[in-house]
Design a protein around this ligand. Structure first.
Ligand code: S3P
Length: 172
């Protein structure tokens, strides 16, 4: 199929809890392609958790690690890249992604996001903000940049991973 012969990278972007990791894993099973989980790769390289990187080195340091990793990744191909939620907020990063592949934005309603992130302690930017109003405000702030970056958008509310992955395969 066309999806199987796609040789670039596929970048999944979107807000925390939009389903990037889950859908990258689902696509990986379907396409037999490796996943690059940006947050996980950065944690491995730094030898510490995302909250520890934020608290010990600050957010700017973390953002530079993301940019460096994206540059490396765009020099390669064939990855299903599950981006950190902030990765598409830097224009420089978006340029890197576009060089080597296509960008799919996953969206979800604030209520859906809240359900998905409720028990997660690993997201410093959501600390003390786990309510619909705060999440909605954060999403709205990011939406213009996400939409400008994306080649395609897929809504994830009330759908199974298989359905969402199927929609993405049709795009490729
Ligand atoms: C962030 C999202 C997180 C992680 C970091 C910052 C963001 O990734 O990179 O906590 O700025 O939206 P997930 O989208 O995988 O939660």
């Amino acid at each position: 199929t066309q999806a199987e012969s796609f040789t670039g990278n596929l970048f999944l972007i979107g807000f925390m809890g939009s389903g990037k990791s889950t859908i990258a894993a689902e696509l990986s099973r379907m396409l037999h392609r490796p996943v690059l989980e940006m947050d996980e790769e950065i944690e491995k390289r730094e030898g510490m958790s995302i909250p520890a990187i934020f608290s010990e080195h600050g957010e700017a340091y973390f953002r530079q690690l993301e940019t460096d990793l994206l540059k490396e990744t765009s020099a390669l191909g064939g990855f299903l890249v599950s981006c950190g939620g902030g990765a598409a907020m830097r224009e420089e990063n978006v340029r890197e992604m576009k060089k080597s592949g296509i960008i799919v934005l996953l969206t979800a309603l604030p209520e859906t996001i809240l359900e998905r992130v409720a028990d997660d302690e690993n997201r410093p930017l959501l600390k003390g903000r786990k309510n619909t109003a705060d999440i909605e405000a954060l999403i709205e702030k990011r939406r213009p940049a996400y939409e400008a970056a994306a080649n395609y958008q897929v809504a994830t509310d009330q759908k199974t991973s298989a359905q969402i992955a199927g929609e993405i395969l049709e795009i490729l």
